[in-house]
Design a protein around this ligand. Structure first.
Ligand SMILES: *Cc1c(COP(=O)(O)O)cnc(C)c1O
Length: 372
């Protein structure tokens, strides 16, 4: 059994993907080919955002809006501690300081109450100026944008959505990657919408932000490539990756429905035994990852071993919250500072989940979990 069966997906989409790749090779337009612009347009349609700027990876997609907004030394940017490192790393790369926020126990996403506490603490200490918030759609579930954007408006902070895991989720009718001032996503192969290498995209409704991002993407270009008006990056999405993503985007709604069906099947059997990530009323997760809470590190290890013995792969996203990572030791955080995410890190276990998982495979997983 595969954790995320990319080979099964390829078997279903082989004809369209192979044709798309062949077209790029025949056209020889490997950088900024027509497929890139087509993908950007279709991603706008999907998310409901006005502008999409595709990028070389999700980390650059997060970093570029911070560069565009001039985030730098002395700025505090509030990020969840329970996420992939890139969310905070891009803040550090800009010379600003990530300030870590605890998780909500039910959704595993950024806790608005903890965000308010951390903003108040930074203001009280007076060393950094609060600049913005990066909220993460963990495992496919959109963060609490209604509450977080209200806090950002009151405090005059920008809000960026890290939708690297969020694509395909929604709150009511509003799609993930359309929340806040600007959103970023990743097309890393293991994400719900992944390409065959690295890729990403930024979304915004702000035309000026879009123009600045397009400039940053190509070495801070001005009116043409050899006029340089700012320090930028080489952060373009390859045409080949756009050609892989187009058929995958067309198949995405069906795969998304399949993941939601699989999540419901898991929940039916597992909810009595394990705490699950809760979708609040009106929230829809894309279930890029299906994550349960075990009793603790020992039980988790025992279950992982039992599943592994039956050929079932599992993952721990993430074993250590960011405020306790070695890189941030100089910040002086201690165990107990953000108790909810510390507890989650010791208990989470992610199960096989993808757009082609079968009823039989789901049955094998919950049998192993309930009897293992
Ligand atoms: C994957 C991921 C990223 C980084 O994306 P890359 O394409 O690997 O650079 C950032 N944030 C989160 C939450 C992610 O899961």
């Amino acid at each position: 059994m595969e954790f995320n069966d990319l080979a099964a997906q390829y078997r279903h989409l082989k004809k369209e993907i192979d044709e798309g790749i062949a077209q790029v090779i025949e056209g020889c337009h490997f950088i900024s080919g027509p497929q890139v612009e087509q993908l950007e347009q279709e991603l706008c349609q999907f998310t409901g955002r006005k502008y999409c700027v595709s990028t070389s990876n999700g980390t650059d997609a997060l970093r570029m809006p911070l560069m565009a907004m001039g985030v730098g030394p002395g700025d505090a940017v509030f990020v969840p501690a329970f996420t992939f490192y890139a969310t905070a790393e891009v803040v550090s790369l800009c010379g600003a300081t990530p300030v870590f926020v605890d998780s909500d126990e039910a959704t595993f996403n950024m806790s608005p109450a903890s965000l308010e506490e951390q903003i108040a603490r930074v203001k009280r200490e007076g060393k950094l100026s609060p600049r913005g918030v990066v909220a993460v759609d963990l495992f496919g579930l959109p963060a609490d944008y209604p509450a977080i954007s209200a806090i950002c408006q009151r405090e005059g902070l920008f809000l960026m959505e890290d939708g690297a895991q969020g694509f395909g989720g929604r709150i009511g009718e509003q799609e993930a990657c359309s929340f806040g001032d600007v959103s970023a996503t990743s097309f890393f192969p293991a994400k719900a919408l992944g390409c065959y290498g690295d890729g990403g995209a930024v979304f915004t409704d702000d035309e000026e932000m879009c123009r600045t991002l397009q400039s940053i993407r190509v070495h801070g270009k001005g009116s043409f490539k050899y006029e340089n008006v700012r320090v930028g990056l080489n952060a373009r999405l390859d045409t080949l990756q756009a050609a892989v993503l187009l058929p995958k985007l067309h198949a995405f709604p069906k795969e998304n429905e399949h993941r939601r069906w699989a999540a419901a099947r898991y929940a039916e059997r597992l909810s009595g035994r394990f705490q699950l990530q809760q979708e609040p009323e009106g929230y829809y997760s894309s279930f890029g990852y299906y994550t349960i809470l075990t009793g603790g590190p020992e039980e988790r290890e025992r279950l992982q071993d039992a599943l592994k013995a039956r050929g079932i792969p599992t993952m721990v996203y993430y074993p250590c919250p960011l405020h306790l990572q070695k890189v941030y030791l100089p910040f002086g955080y201690r165990r107990g500072d953000l108790p909810v995410c510390e507890s989650l890190a010791g208990r989470v276990l992610s199960l096989p989940m993808h757009g082609y998982i079968t009823e039989e495979e789901i049955g094998q997983v919950y049998d192993a979990l309930l009897n293992g």
